[in-house]
Structures are given as C-alpha cells and as structure tokens.
Design a protein around this ligand. Structure first.
Ligand code: GLN
Length: 486
C-alpha cells in the first residue's frame, strides 16, 4: 500500500510505532499531489516548505512521546479558513492576494495537535455553489470521472481526500457544502451542530448557517478530527459552551434498538434519481439488519426549504460581503476618480457572477419595505422547519435520507441555470436552517460508476448518534474500499 492511501487512524498507528515518519508520509502526499492534481485541480495553494517543516516538528514531537491522533497527519484545508502567512482566497479574485495575519481557531487547534497543513483546497467563491464551478480561481474535477463536478462548495477538499492527495481535510457547510461534495466524491463528511465548532477565522458567508467540519476517508477519522476541532471559543460568540464528548467512543457501540426516521417528503421529491433512491432504500435495509428499526416520519415544511434558504443565505451574505470594498482586504481598483467609483469597480471585477447575484438578491430582500415580506417571513418559516425536526426526533433517533437528488452531474450542465443548481441542495439545506448535525457516508455507486452518499441527521449536539450509525453501516458495507482510478 502507498503511504498516501492511509486513513488517519492507520497512519497514526504507524507513526506511533515509529514504522513511518511524518516526513515520509508528508513527502508521499506531496508527491501524490504532483502526480495527480494537474488532472483534478483540488488545490489552490500547496505549501511544500511549510508542510515539510511541520512534518519535521511533528517527528520531533513523536520522538519525545508527544503523539496525539492528528500529530504528523497531512491535512487539506478549504480555502475559506484563515491560515497565518498563507494566502486565503476564499475562491475569489477579490481575495487572491489576501494573506491573513492570524489563524482560524480550527487551524490553531490542528497546529496544536501537531497536524501538517499541506495546502488550501479549491471551493466555490465565498462557498456559494454546489459544484465548485463558481470558483474564481480554477476548476476542480471529480476524481471518479474528470468530466463531472466534484460537488461543492468544498469540492477541492472532497476531491483531495478521494484522490489521496491528503489524509484528511476540513470543509465548511452552509447548506450542504461538506456533505454534498463528500457524497459526490465517495468519502465521509460531517457537518457538526451549529455552535459546536468555532467559526472564528472562517470567512463568513451566512453566519447563522456556516459550520466547519471534517471530510475524511473513514467514519472513525471524522470522529478523530471532531475531537480536535470542537469546543467553545470565546472569540466566536455563537460557539456553545457544551461539553465535548470523546467522539470515538460512539464508534464501538452497536445500533440495536435505535429508531431510524425516513422522511416521506424526501422520497416524493421530483427529480429524485431512482438509482439514488434505490441506494438509500437498500442502505436503510442494511441498517435495519444491524438491529435498528425504521419508521416513516414527516417533515411537512420541506417544500419551503429551498425558498427559505435562498432568502436567508443571500441576505446574510450581502451584509457579510460589504467589507470587501478595496480598502480593508484584497484587491483594489486604482483607476477610479473617487472612492464610490473605486468601490464599484473593485467589487464588479473582484466578485464573480454568482456572488454578485446573491449580493443583489440579499440587498433587495433586506431593503425597507421588503424586509418583512422576505427576510422576516423566511425567518418565521425557518422556525417551522426547526419545529418539524423537533417533532420528528420525538419518535426517532436518526433521520436517514439521500444527500442529493442525483449523483454528480457533468461540468457545465447546470452552471447557466442557477435555479436548477439551487434545487440540487434540496436535502441538505434543512440541517443548516435547523442547526442540527448532518453527515454523509458512501452508500453506493450509479451505473456509470459515480458515488452516492447517504445522509444521516440527528438532534442538536448528538453527532455521536450519526457517527455510531455511520460506523456500523460502514463496517457492514464495502463502498469505502473502492478507489477512483487515476
Ligand atoms: N450550495 C449551497 C449554496 O450555494 C450551499 C453552499 C454551502 O454549504 N456553502 O449556497
């Protein structure tokens, strides 16, 4: 086996026994990037020198007996998280030269744990998109078939994990951006409960929805990353002072007696590919055969989810993105006569079409006279969506559904039709609106060999239930053992 193919837990075991060094492992990952990233385009920045330096430090630390589960592990970071001294573009031209003077809390935590930051992964500009085609920097291809999108917005992170160009990765999820690319690339993705992981240093898209989480090769690896990145942070006022469990302890538990809820509305959705619904249905059978029982549940406000999200997210984005004015961050247009012209030209050339569309939508929906009709109404329906989940979790422990209506689509297929693109998020948006944790785990392949993911959702702060079901399911199946041919 090649070192770059290792999972976090297997790499950790070899590092702990000193059978390999972090330098060997990091070198293998960097060589793998050299060999295949030209075809995939997962990374915006690869920091060979920094990575090798961190690997050397990790080896010293291991030599002194200071190894933790992520010590010496090469990780890819979605380019939406600030990394001190390393360019952080957020997939946007407007930030193409932005070098943050500080680390996001999750990055400080990874560094304290001794992880190696290999580089920054491509993404849809400001995390707005479902295919990574909205990146202002480059195109990322699906490792399973280069004519297809890797999903988005964390497409670079998911493709890097699937193509063994890192051992694990971080993504961010505002409406599905960890789970959907994980699903399309055949890897594991976990969006934690809102407030579980600090958003300090995460470039804000929609602050009431954004959450950072792991994208990994295995369920157990997601638990290891969660152990490191979770917890209250005084620099993020929305992070929650809730105890952080040892997420790995959930992995050893069985699922006998657990109740799985199947939302009937999700399976009635127009445009649901029969191959996806078959894969999910047989996953439910597999989970039942492990001792869980399934019941039908209802999430009656599901039909409003896309409309509500595409009011709330653009509104918050329009406000968050006001800071990119050519003065404080990134590029500036210098041909302008006055400052208003400078703002206009900087923003018109720095932001791509999807970001501009959302700023305009959000500004309109928040303007006087429209606020009540749009933002306020959307917020009211958002509480109904949350209530749907609260009701559902009275009768089940974990909700199971598809991640996306179809497997990955072709590059270019939906890019000119934003509404069709938005509909591809129909199953993932509700977890962000409700603030609950959601996960994607591989559950099949389409007839053309593209991965299909299973979505698991649980109530607030019950990531352990997701990890438990996902881990038992993974053990009983072998989708995770397949690899794309590169
Ligand atoms: N696809 C959704 C959007 O375009 C979600 C993106 C995300 O989770 N960052 O907004």
């Amino acid at each position: 086996m090649n070192l770059y193919e290792l999972t976090i837990s297997d790499a950790h075991a070899l590092l702990a026994k000193k059978e390999i060094s972090s330098k060997d492992l990091t070198r293998a990952v960097l060589d793998r990037i050299d060999a295949v990233d030209e075809k995939i385009g997962a990374y915006i920045t690869v920091s060979e020198e920094t990575a090798m330096g961190q690997a050397e430090d990790a080896d010293k630390r291991i030599g002194q007996g200071g190894i933790g589960p992520l010590t010496g592990i090469p990780m890819a970071i979605k380019d939406v998280m600030c990394t001190e001294g390393m360019v952080t573009t957020c997939g946007s031209k407007i930030l193409e030269n932005f070098v943050p003077p500080y680390d996001a809390t999750v990055i400080s935590k990874l560094k304290q744990a001794g992880a190696v930051i290999v580089g920054k992964a491509n993404m849809d500009e400001f995390a707005m998109g479902s295919s990574t085609e909205n990146s202002g920097i480059k195109l990322t291809r699906n490792p399973w078939n280069p004519d297809y999108i890797p999903g988005g917005s964390s497409g670079g992170s998911a493709a890097a994990v699937a193509a063994d160009m890192c051992i694990g990765a971080l993504g961010s999820d505002t409406g599905g951006s960890i789970r959907q690319p994980a699903s399309h690339c055949g890897v594991v993705g976990l969006k934690p409960t809102y407030g579980r992981v600090s958003r300090f240093g995460l470039v804000a898209f929609a602050s009431s929805l954004d959450q950072i989480g792991p994208i990994t090769k295995r369920v157990s690896d997601a638990a290891l990353v969660m152990n490191v990145i979770s917890g209250y942070d005084k620099r993020d006022s929305t992070s929650v002072p809730e105890d952080v469990p040892d997420f790995t302890s959930a992995l050893a538990e069985g699922i006998e007696g657990l109740t799985i809820g199947i939302p009937k509305e999700y399976f009635d959705t127009q445009g649901l590919d029969p191959q996806v619904s078959e894969a999910v249905t047989s996953a439910v059978k597999a989970i039942e055969s492990l001792g869980a029982r399934s019941i039908e549940i209802s999430l009656p406000n599901s039909e409003y989810v896309v409309a509500v999200y595409y009011i709330i997210a653009p509104c918050e984005a329009s406000s968050n993105l006001a800071r990119y004015d050519g003065v404080k961050y990134g590029i500036r247009n210098t041909d302008s006569e006055d400052y208003l012209e400078m703002y206009r030209r900087t923003r018109s050339s720095g932001f791509g079409p999807e970001v501009q569309r959302r700023i305009i939508l959000g500004t309109y929906a928040l303007s006087a006279g429209y606020y009540d009709a749009y933002y306020l109404k959307a917020s009211q329906v958002r509480s109904l969506i949350l209530q749907d989940f609260k009701n559902a979790f009275e009768s089940c422990d974990v909700i199971v559904s598809p991640i996306a209506p179809t497997p990955a689509f072709k590059i270019g297929e939906k890019i000119d039709d934003p509404l069709t693109m938005y509909l591809s998020d129909i199953f993932t948006l509700s977890a962000n609106l409700a603030g609950i944790p959601g996960m994607s785990v591989p559950c099949g392949f389409s007839s053309s060999g593209l991965p299909i993911g299973l979505q698991l959702m649980a109530t607030h702060f019950n990531e352990e239930a997701l990890l438990k079901v996902a881990c038992n399911f993974e053990k009983a199946t072998d989708y995770h053992n397949r690899k794309p041919k590169l």
